[in-house]
Ligand binder design. Sequence first.
Ligand SMILES: *[C@@H]1O[C@H](CO)[C@@H](O)[C@H](O)[C@H]1NC(C)=O
Ligand SMILES: *[C@@H]1O[C@H](CO)[C@@H](O)[C@H](O)[C@H]1NC(C)=O
Ligand SMILES: *[C@@H]1O[C@H](CO)[C@@H](O)[C@H](O)[C@H]1NC(C)=O
Ligand SMILES: *[C@@H]1O[C@H](CO)[C@@H](O)[C@H](O)[C@H]1NC(C)=O
Ligand SMILES: *[C@@H]1O[C@H](CO)[C@@H](O)[C@H](O)[C@H]1NC(C)=O
Length: 461
Amino acid sequence: DFPLKLSENLFSYTLLMCSLCFGYIFTFVTLREWVAVESDSIQPRLRPEITRMMELVAKRLSALGATVKMINMNFPQILDGQSIPLPPFILAELGNDIQKATVCFYGHVDVQPAKKEDGWKTDPYILTEKDGQFQEKSSMPVNFKFIIEGMEEAGSLGLEELIKEENESFFSNVDYVVISDNLWLSNTKPALTYGTRGNACFSVEVECCEKDLHSGTFGGIIHEPMTDLVALLDSLVNSSGHILIPGIYEDVASLTEEEKKLYEPIEFDLEEYKNAIGVKRFLYDTKEEILLHLWRYPSLSLHGIEGAFHGPGIKTVVPAKVIGKFSIRQVPHMNISKVEQQVISYLEEVFSKRNSPNKLKVTMPIGALPWVADVNDTQYKAARRSIKRVFGEDPDLIRDGSTIPVARMFQNITRKSVMMLPIGAADDGEHSQNEKISRYNYIQGTKLFASFFLEISNLHG
Ligand SMILES: *[C@@H]1O[C@H](CO)[C@@H](O)[C@H](O)[C@H]1NC(C)=O
Ligand SMILES: *[C@@H]1O[C@H](CO)[C@@H](O)[C@H](O)[C@H]1NC(C)=O
Ligand SMILES: *[C@@H]1O[C@H](CO)[C@@H](O)[C@H](O)[C@H]1NC(C)=O
Ligand SMILES: *[C@@H]1O[C@H](CO)[C@@H](O)[C@H](O)[C@H]1NC(C)=O
Ligand SMILES: *[C@@H]1O[C@H](CO)[C@@H](O)[C@H](O)[C@H]1NC(C)=O
């Protein structure tokens, strides 16, 4: 059995996730050492710590007999006009038996900023209890590959370029790509993730003049940019959550009977979800409707207005230029360029009806694509069997309403089967204070990976 002793309240989830998939193949796991590294990718001053983390990972992989390459991408991050070099990436291989399936793990070993003062009960970088070790006895049922980065929390800089560069080499013999970087939907029932929504972010700029004006001097005689902008933003979505942009739902994949069936057994407590954030009522009433609208239908959210007066008190200013920010969570098979055009022409039309002399500019600075996999794919079958074996029940087949660009990135570039295999429970508090993983999830998770390797080697044609 697995002798690792862990406290309930632990440490960086992300690091743990990586350690998890490595757990099975590492002869000696020293989590304490990994957790102690402040590999925070948000604060540039800690960049050397990420490099140190990557070196620790490389050392472990090499000790196992893996071939390890540290790749430096010539892709500096520009922050406040300063160029900060990226930490290296790791590409590693363990085993190359052409009779066996090759499973490639994507993982990242960077974390978001965390301090005890943020409300952690223990130092987030200190593993509270004893670390341990375990021995692997039988031979590996699959070949392993690893692609590890240290900049995920800061936007995976350089990763897409690396995957493209390595497509014909490192990825050429990969059969399956596995990502373990998300959570179950429930606190107790395991899940497998087969889709994520994309996101198209928009800026709507309305400008009247060069300088801000005073409402006493100009109020009542001009077309105010903020009034135009609020009307534009209000035209996007109605109070039932329906997006009002013509044609926007045209390409949304229609819901099949098979797909509908996946929603029925999902364990999801609507009341608890509601209470957790303190809202009285959702836009929909049933579990199925809520999950469908969270995962496989688009949504539009308003995020903010740049240039507007904000803060306490009263300021009778008329801002000269305001920029509204909103985004559309996209789903298969919406076409991002088409969405962009639909949004622009709709807002221009709404604006023209206002007969305002102000300048309007609508842009889409960021667009990330959605991702969806076939739940009947070989590696999903293997994962479902393994989950049943290790946890004694079938997993919830879930999607994620947020955007996880790596899944789509791997799928689009390599054209390989991509799966997200989460180990953490819904209440792990990913990225927040006292983020943790339970001993149960950790240990069962490790067994799950072991079982998955065996199942995939059986099913792999
Ligand atoms: C929002 O739009 C949808 C689709 O046209 C419609 O069914 C719904 O009744 C509208 N909601 C409101 C509050 O107008
Ligand atoms: C997966 O395959 C099973 C068995 O062939 C089938 O019943 C089910 O509808 C399929 N599910 C989806 C979502 O395609
Ligand atoms: C997406 O939409 C653009 C613009 O409407 C069009 O040119 C392009 O062919 C579409 N792409 C796909 C894959 O349908
Ligand atoms: C997929 O990758 C290709 C080649 O790298 C890129 O040009 C394209 O924009 C990507 N398309 C999608 C839909 O992700
Ligand atoms: C990457 O390689 C695969 C074959 O392994 C190929 O199908 C795919 O088109 C390649 N991707 C790009 C962007 O060239």
